[in-house]
Design a protein around this ligand. Structure first.
Ligand code: NAP
Length: 315
């Protein structure tokens, strides 16, 4: 715990409480010291909502200049979860006054047909961002299709080139979920330089880019995956922990280090994430709630990056 015990008498009875305030403070009552620790709830829902207001204004300004930010969404097949995600993304576009174009392709689509559609959208100057909804049916070479996206329209941050540029600290649209997490950390002024960061999961859209983004912010990063040994011991050393495993409550609250910053990227139908957040307020210094933490930031980042792509076409 980060308080100066030297300030307090040695025989004092110290009680620690945690509250949802932005700064820690202590109160002294005769021989008893009550230390009230702050805990930050990283409220992605509020931040995304505030960001939408700002995006709406910028979209209106661009419209006045004759630019109409437009996101093309490509959905291949009828996976119900993917249909829902695409609908949510298009609804968000509508809320901020942004245009969206829905491209729906049958589940028999070939790699060549999808590449042809991507090429068409790449060449359409009215389209500023392209989202290819993951996963595509198994007969399609998804990686080839992702990498066919024009880097300037890769607002979902899925191309190898975008990942490479981001990793090297060059301008690039970040993969939306980890980029949304970084925006949350920045908003709440959480300085992670020098801290031990542990990312559980190494997927191309989440774990890997998350690790590179944390590294770029000078954290010391460990990536865990399904073959990691002694995962509990590694997690116990995390000053900042990111759960991106895809298994409900996989990370137990007993494994979380005191005062850690806890980021739960998971979301499951049982309305829980990849981390067991029971009693988290008595352990962590900051955490993302589920729902309302990481989830809203993902779509918001997609929309924000589409706006940025449109702004770039001005110059
Ligand atoms: P994914 O592609 O399935 O990757 C899961 C990762 O977890 C893999 O790297 C896997 O390791 C690792 N893993 C699986 N079992 C493990 C175990 N027993 N111990 C340690 N690591 C293990 O999933 P994803 O797409 O990255 O998504 C991860 C989570 O984030 C899911 O809960 C998903 O719902 C959520 N998500 C949320 C958003 C959002 O907008 N909030 C967006 C995307 C994803 P291997 O590589 O060794 O297989």
């Amino acid at each position: 715990m980060r308080y100066q015990t030297a300030l307090y008498p040695e025989d004092a009875n110290i009680k620690v409480y945690r509250i949802n305030k932005q700064s820690p403070y202590a109160e002294i009552f005769f021989d008893e010291i009550i230390i009230i620790m702050s805990i930050k709830i990283l409220d992605g829902k509020s931040l995304a909502s505030a960001s939408e207001e700002s995006i709406s204004k910028q979209v209106a300004n661009l419209n006045n200049d004759g630019i109409f930010p437009t996101l093309a969404t490509i959905l291949v097949g009828q996976d119900p979860a993917s249909e829902t995600y695409v609908k949510m993304k298009r609804n968000t576009c509508a809320r901020v006054g942004m245009k969206s174009i829905a491209v729906e392709m049958p589940d028999t689509t070939t790699t060549e047909e999808l590449l042809s559609k991507i090429n068409e959208l790449n060449n359409d100057t009215n389209v500023h961002g392209i989202l290819l909804q993951h996963p595509v049916p198994s007969q399609i070479d998804e990686r080839l299709c992702f990498d066919a996206l024009d880097i300037n329209k890769d607002v979902d941050g899925v191309t190898c080139l975008g990942f490479g540029n981001m990793s090297m600290g060059l301008p690039a649209f970040g993969s939306c979920t980890p980029q949304g997490i970084i925006r949350l950390l920045d908003h709440y002024e959480i300085n992670i330089s020098g801290l031990n960061a542990v990312v559980v999961g190494r997927s191309p859209i989440l774990g890997k880019p998350m690790a590179m983004m944390l590294l770029n912010k000078h954290a010391t990063v460990t990536i865990c995956h399904s073959r990691t040994q002694n995962i509990e011991d590694i997690i116990k050393r995390a000053d900042i922990l990111v759960g991106a495993v895809g298994i409900p409550k996989f990370i137990k609250h007993e494994w979380i280090k005191e005062n850690a910053v806890v980021i739960d990227a998971g979301y499951h139908p049982e309305k829980c994430g990849d981390i067991d957040l029971d009693n988290i307020e008595s352990i962590a210094s900051a955490y993302t709630p589920v729902p309302g933490g990481v989830g809203p930031m993902t779509i918001n980042t997609l929309i924000l990056q589409t706006l940025e792509a449109a702004i770039k076409t001005k110059s």
